[in-house]
Design a protein around this ligand. Structure first.
Ligand code: ATP
Ligand code: MG
Length: 218
């Protein structure tokens, strides 16, 4: 269970996340929606320890993650796919996935990882830069899953993805959640994707949750 309370993130003097409170249950998929510049990426980066938090508390399964370094959070079970899906274009698919093991004690990727992404198994010796946008997004997600996380933070996975593939990504995420008992927090601007994938939608405006809607119970 991921819990944040009175969670605050600032860049210098300007506070972007203004005291958020929410809890994500095990196996739940929560979509955080909000307009451009509302602080979605800021929230995800802060939860992953990529940028500092400025106030409040954050726990994963009752243990604080607040203020910790990114690699400590990975070891506590968090994983993150940044917006714009950074992948290494000159590395092969397999090498890209293996970079997800850095800073974890694991030496090999979970056995079932390629079962979740058959396309990546087929293309594992291909360079990351030679994949389509949708395949690169799958690769970025697979890399994050290499550390076998409990909670996956996904920042705008549909950005730059064709509408026809968006539904596929939602389907894959739900299957992975079911198979692995994964918790997913996903930021999103595409309502149809959020409706397809999420059990619950949080709408954030000006760094605060202004609306919450349950899609299904877990
Ligand atoms: P988008 O939907 O475009 O991805 P977002 O909701 O993810 O937007 P953020 O990237 O979190 O928004 O940005 C929130 C605010 O913080 C914006 O006003 C942005 O200009 C500002 N911001 C982002 N990064 C920095 C930074 N490194 N330093 C200062 N301000 C920043
Ligand atoms: Mg963003």
């Amino acid at each position: 269970m991921l819990n944040v309370s009175d969670y605050r993130v600032s860049y210098g003097q300007s506070e972007i996340v203004h005291g958020l409170d929410f809890t994500v249950q095990p196996n739940e998929i929560v979509a955080v929606m909000g307009r451009n510049g509302m602080g979605k990426s800021t929230l995800m980066k802060a939860l992953m320890g990529v940028i500092p938090e400025s106030g409040g508390a954050a726990t994963l399964d009752g243990k604080s993650i607040f203020g910790k370094k990114s690699h400590d959070r990975v070891n506590q079970g968090l994983a993150y796919v940044p917006q714009g899906r950074m992948i290494f274009s000159s590395m092969t698919v397999r090498e890209n996935i293996e970079t997800g093991l850095t800073s974890t004690g694991r030496r090999s990727v979970p056995k079932d990882l390629y079962d979740m992404f058959p396309v990546l198994l087929e293309m594992r010796n291909r360079r990351g830069g030679n994949l389509s946008g949708g395949q690169q997004q799958q690769l970025a997600i697979a890399r994050a899953l290499a550390s076998n996380p409990k909670v996956l933070l996904l920042d705008e996975p549909t950005e730059g993805i064709q509408p026809s593939i968006i539904k596929e990504i939602a389907q894959t995420l739900k299957e992975i959640r079911d198979q692995r008992g994964l918790t997913i927090v996903v930021t999103e601007q595409v309502l149809s994707f959020a409706l397809e994938v999420a059990d619950r939608i949080l709408v954030v405006e000006k760094g605060k949750i202004v609306h919450e809607e349950a899609r299904s119970s877990v």
